[in-house]
Write a protein that binds this ligand. Structure first.
Ligand code: ADP
Ligand code: MG
Length: 233
């Protein structure tokens, strides 16, 4: 479970305050206008940003002051998830050991994760020699080997076409269900939220205005900003 207790964070004139609970094993989509604070919300949970006030709790532990590598969290970004000079196998292995020194069990784990995302045959290639979708599979495989209870995704598949996006989301969903991960995924695609997320949060101007079952949120008529964002009358 992730709990944000009055987490305040300021960028110049933009004051953000987040109060929210994401139950263990839940899959929540986060939608809302650009500049609203969606990435900042994830960065505060992952530890890439530190709140000015408030508490970030993960499974009842206060992680507010912990650096990212000490939090039980994996994060996948839209791009820049991979190192160009390392092959795909090494990029996945980084999830276990930054020095790439792996024991036989860990080596087997990397092989297995590459297999699970369908990349075994490409393991020796460099990221520049595979497609964008395959690079995102590397990021998913790295999250698999890290095996952390929280997975954060920041517009992870925005650069991919609809069919590929659906494939990737299916992979993430399977992983989430098998391991009871708590997943938060920022997306601009309502259909991605409807496909994968039991709940969806609408975030605007630094605040979560609503966090509801996904179908309920998209049907809401008490959120004028949401209608404008979605372009629905
Ligand atoms: P979103 O992901 O919803 O587009 P962000 O979390 O990236 O929104 O940004 C929220 C606000 O914080 C925006 O007003 C943005 O301009 C500001 N912001 C984000 N990153 C920085 C930064 N590194 N320095 C200054 N302001 C930033
Ligand atoms: Mg963002």
């Amino acid at each position: 479970m992730i709990r944000l207790e009055h987490v305040a964070f300021r960028y110049e004139a933009m004051e953000m305050v987040f109060d929210a609970v994401f139950p263990r094993g839940s899959f929540t989509a986060v939608i809302g206008p650009s500049g609203g604070g969606k990435s900042t919300l994830l960065n505060l949970i992952a530890g890439f940003e530190t709140p000015d006030q408030g508490l970030v709790l993960i499974d009842a532990a206060d992680v507010t002051a912990l650096p990212p590598d000490q939090r039980p969290v994996s994060m996948i970004f839209q791009d820049n998830n991979v190192f160009a000079h390392l092959n795909l196998w090494q990029n996945v292995a980084l999830g276990i050991s930054p020095s790439l020194k792996l024991d036989p069990d860990q080596t087997a784990k990397v092989d297995q994760a590459l297999g699970q995302v369908g990349l075994s045959a490409l393991a020796q290639r460099k990221p520049g020699d595979v497609s964008g979708g395959e690079r995102q599979r590397v990021a998913i495989a790295r999250a698999l080997v890290r095996d952390k209870p929280v997975l954060l995704l920041d517009e992870p598949f925005a650069a991919l076409g609809p069919a590929l996006r659906r494939d990737m989301l299916s992979l993430v969903l399977a992983m989430q269900r098998a391991r009871e991960l708590t997943v938060i995924m920022v997306t601009h695609q309502p259909e991605d939220a409807e496909f994968a997320a039991s709940h969806t949060a609408y975030l605007e101007a630094g605040h979560i205005l609503a966090l509801r079952p996904t179908a309920e949120l998209f049907a809401a008529d008490d959120l004028p900003g949401l209608k404008e964002y979605l372009g629905t009358p």
